[in-house]
Design a protein. Structure first.
Length: 134
């Protein structure tokens, strides 16, 4: 935690430092401060995929599901636009969030799309099999 804070002081414009600091804060069960650090990261770099995914997950856990979904969907769009490949954890988190708001079919459709796009990915095959999605 101290090392990350020092790095931020030395280079406050480096968005990555805020994510590292947030992760250290989360390990110490300081969700509020971690959330603020992630928001600062996104202020510096609104397309920081790690910050989008972590903050999105935190918001969903806090019951701010729509806000969390918005960040996860933005993250997914960035992955698509930049052709970063597959992030099966992100897909699974989105599916779970959609399910929580009664949009399970939207989540199933998302999984079908990614299984078709990455037919040999073990994580996607495991997820689709677990959910009975073909």
């Amino acid at each position: 935690e101290i090392v990350h804070k020092a790095a931020i002081v030395l280079n406050p414009k480096n968005a990555n430092f805020y994510v590292g600091f947030a992760l250290a804060l989360l390990m110490n069960k300081k969700k509020g401060l971690a959330t603020e650090s992630l928001k600062e990261c996104l202020r510096i770099n609104p397309n920081h995929t790690s910050a989008l995914q972590i903050l999105g997950g935190l918001l969903i856990k806090e019951g701010k599901i729509s806000d969390g979904i918005m960040l996860l969907e933005k993250d997914l769009n960035i992955y698509e636009e930049k052709d970063y490949g597959l992030n099966s954890g992100l897909i699974e988190n989105l599916f779970n969030a959609y399910q929580q708001i009664g949009q399970e079919e939207k989540g199933r459709s998302l999984i079908r799309t990614y299984v078709a796009k990455y037919p040999d990915d073990e994580n996607m095959l495991r997820l689709s099999g677990k959910l009975g999605i073909r």
